[in-house]
Design a protein around this ligand. Sequence first.
Ligand code: B12
Length: 210
Amino acid sequence: MIPSPLAQAVGDLDEQTAVTLVEEKLAKGEAALSILEELQAGMSVVGERFEGGEYYLSELIYAADIFKKAGAPLQEELKSAAPATSGTLVLGTVKNDIHDFGKDIVATVMSSNGIKVVDLGVNVEHQAFVTAIREHSPQLVGMSCLLTTVFDDMKEAIQTIKEAGLRDQVKILIGGGPVDEATREYVGADYYCRTAQDGVVVAKQILGVE
Ligand code: B12
């Protein structure tokens, strides 16, 4: 797929163009979520170039900075509506993984859809999910994971929840760049969500709200 001009700017590490394009799109009234998808596509371009040896860690770090800056004005838009709480989601990036942009977007979008979010942060110990489930009695647990090398950590985290006797009390949603339906099956989660918005749709289905 040919990246949009915004995704291309992020992929090319052209910070100024990326920031300007986001501002222009917002001014034109484009939905924050669709702008976010373009930024995400740009990060995929960065990822591909990193994988191909064209970019190094320094470019990955710079891309993260661009994503943060260009995406900052979207935050307010995403937060806007905050209806009454319909359920609780315990959320975290799994052990040995420190990527947090996707998780943070999930937290923002879920909260703005009336779902209370207990954010455990990144590099979350398996047992911390158990402790949070006991403390907050959520209907939903969300795990974010950007590294294929930590699929086993996600699987162990779910196993730990199971061994604590809590698996039947929660539905587990997973997401993150390399995650797919096969990962969901491998780690034993209930739902794979490609985007944060997919997560909202699934969460609302589970909670039985519109
Ligand atoms: C930015 C970035 C970084 C930044 C992270 C900054 C931060 N604060 O998060 C830094 C520079 C720190 C980094 C470090 C590393 N990275 Co990195 N990184 C990326 C990059 C370019 C973008 C990730 C990103 O932010 N995307 C944008 C967000 C919005 O997208 P997202 O996370 O996918 O989230 C969306 C959906 O997936 C979904 N979602 C996500 N989680 C969840 C959870 C739930 C419950 C739900 C419902 C939905 C959901 O919702 C979000 C919005 O729609 C990716 C490339 C890529 N294609 O993803 C590589 C990538 C993930 N990194 C990679 C690697 C290898 C590393 C390092 C190991 C590099 C190194 N040699 O040190 C380290 C790992 C450190 C660690 N232990 O975690 C590889 C992983 C390869 C693999 N097969 O596992 C990738 C894929 C690049 C590549 N193609 O090689 N990275």
